[in-house]
Write a protein that binds this ligand. Structure first.
Ligand code: CA
Ligand code: CA
Length: 326
């Protein structure tokens, strides 16, 4: 659950008060979307509920169970396009009196982590249900990219990625809520601040870009058990299932709890694609488990499931996506 809080906290700080200090924070806060929640996480770590309207009585679950072996987490798609601009400093938020730059999606900005601990924040308006691949590429061998995408209102889970010097950090985003988001560029060595190396100079140049994601979700049945492995700590897996009647559903990500446990710290998001509404997100299903679970009665329609990892130290990124229905 660690990574999720880092970014949210950091963004709050940046936009509101504390500034360049990065609390390590990544990950996602859960947030209640709209009312009427149908899903809820179990236990302490509890998922937030949101959008999808609850149906009446549980209907019959569709389809039978299948176990799929396909790998999750695949490659990011995306077509380039949009405008390419140059950052306008200052754009660090609170340390600059709240000044921010902006970016369009699709689009790109070139800039530099131009001074020690420089933070560049670009706001972008995004629409629920759209999907984007955000990339932060070092333009030379100097910058070690650290990229975060967080809703300015800080109710949607934040996304974080980092790369080595000269590399690229990428994030694939399913926009859970329509609103203003912040794309935050830093050097990885400045995050968290407690281990800062005060990286930054005119040579720490980058291109940050957003392109439409075209990755197809993997279809899964209700009920089903699907093994998966994320491509890396910052990757996500995307699944889809359809309900033809109001159905009680539990979606469970088992990493620590699977037969051969992994050290992945999962986070689970359920999104109603038919209505482009965020149903809920759960990081930890209880105080004792970092696995994730959402359950509730869902109305008929198409649903997407996003599984990602919120630990910066996970090495084994294998898990099982278990969907059950009584
Ligand atoms: Ca800058
Ligand atoms: Ca977790």
């Amino acid at each position: 659950m660690k990574r999720a809080q880092l970014i949210s906290n950091a963004l709050c700080c940046l936009l509101i008060a504390c500034g360049a200090n990065d609390t390590p924070a990544d990950g996602g806060s859960a947030g209640g979307a709209t009312a009427g929640g149908a899903a809820s996480g179990g236990g302490a770590g509890g998922g937030s509920a949101g959008g999808a309207t609850a149906g009446g009585a549980a209907g019959g679950a569709s389809a039978g169970g299948s176990a799929g072996g396909a790998t999750a987490g695949g490659s990011a798609g995306g077509s380039a396009g949009g405008t390419v601009g140059t950052e306008v400093e200052p754009n660090s938020g609170a340390p600059d009196g709240g000044q921010l730059d902006s970016i369009t999606a699709p689009g790109a900005k070139q800039g530099a982590v131009g001074t020690a601990n420089d933070i560049d924040i670009f706001t972008v308006m995004l629409t629920a249900g759209t999907r984007w691949t955000w990339s932060l590429a070092s333009n030379g061998s100097v910058l070690a990219p650290h990229l975060a995408v967080s809703e300015v209102a800080n109710t949607a889970p934040a996304l974080v990625s980092r790369g080595a010097a000269g590399g690229t950090a990428s994030i694939e985003q399913l926009v859970l809520k329509t609103g203003t988001y912040a794309v935050i560029v830093r050097d990885s060595r400045n995050v968290p601040a407690s281990t800062t190396q005060n990286a930054g100079s005119a040579a720490h140049t980058y291109t940050v870009s957003g392109a439409a994601s075209v990755r197809a979700p993997m279809p899964v049945a209700v009920p089903s058990t699907t093994p998966g492995t994320l491509a890396n700590r910052y990757a996500s897996a995307l699944y889809a299932f359809a309900l033809t009647s109001s159905t009680a559903v539990t979606v469970n990500v088992r990493a620590k709890a699977k037969a051969t446990p992994s050290d992945m710290d999962s986070r689970l998001t359920l999104f109603a694609k038919s209505t482009n509404q965020w149903v809920g997100t759960n990081d930890d299903l209880s105080g004792a488990s970092t696995d994730s679970k959402l359950s509730g009665t869902l109305t008929p329609g198409d649903y997407w499931v996003v599984v990602d990892n919120v630990s910066e130290t996970s090495n084994d990124l294998s898990f099982e996506l278990v969907i059950t229905s009584p």
